[in-house]
Write a protein that binds this ligand. Structure first.
Ligand code: MN
Length: 220
């Protein structure tokens, strides 16, 4: 279980659920208030509690989650599956919330816009690749825009796997678990995927891209 207060500092800081940068109802009508609240306060919070429990006593408690996800093979073997699932679940949801804004949508801009043109030809082509990749996920998972070390790519992961496990840097991620869309969109995952672009914060995505080796190399 998580420990709190001053003792947390002594024993290593457990991961905590950060508040969203906007109200739960701020993304409506794209994503409804109850979906956002439940998703954040229940689903994401559960990953954090389970991640803290799985890391307890391993010596990895103070490491950044990205370092944990790229170092899974160095964790005790009996903790790896839980850390992979809940560490991925925590990191993926942090990125998901930060990618969304009530003032989002529109065409990509900034450094990411040029990279999308180079990598995919157009924003429409990117959207088609995202839809196609998501359609290939038959259970729960995520679809991603990543930088794979050589350029932009679209990929899907199952369950809560992070693209970092594959050596890729996630720039934008769309949660394909039903809890992300089911209350409003029911079984219509494609409608959710189309609507998601209305809330994407391209400033954040572009900043993430610029922080990758490729992004900084372009401006160096
Ligand atoms: Mn989720």
């Amino acid at each position: 279980m998580r420990v709190g207060g001053a003792r947390a500092t002594l024993a290593g800081m457990p991961f905590e659920l950060a508040p969203l940068g906007f109200a739960y109802d701020a993304l409506a009508p794209t994503i409804d208030e109850l979906t956002m609240r439940t998703h954040h306060r229940r689903h994401h919070a559960a990953h954090i509690a389970e991640l803290n429990a799985a890391l307890s006593g391993t010596g990895w408690e103070d490491e950044p989650v990205d370092a944990i996800l790229t170092g899974l093979e160095r964790l005790p073997v009996d903790r790896r599956a839980a850390v992979r699932h809940h560490g991925g679940g925590h990191a993926n949801h942090v990125l998901y919330w930060q990618t969304m804004t009530p003032r989002g949508g529109g065409a990509p801009h900034g450094a990411i816009a040029d990279a999308i043109r180079v990598g995919f030809g157009s924003f429409d082509a990117l959207r088609q690749q995202v839809m196609s990749a998501a359609t290939g996920v038959f259970g729960s998972g995520w679809v991603w825009l990543v930088h794979d070390g050589s350029g932009l790519a679209v990929l899907a992961t199952a369950d809560q796997d992070s693209p970092r496990i594959l050596g890729a840097t996630p720039l934008l991620g769309i949660d394909l678990w039903e809890h992300a869309y089911y209350l409003k969109f029911r079984h219509r995952r494609c409608d959710y995927l189309e609507a998601f672009w209305n809330v994407v914060d391209w400033d954040v995505v572009s900043d993430r891209y610029s922080s990758t080796d490729a992004g900084t190399a372009r401006t160096a």
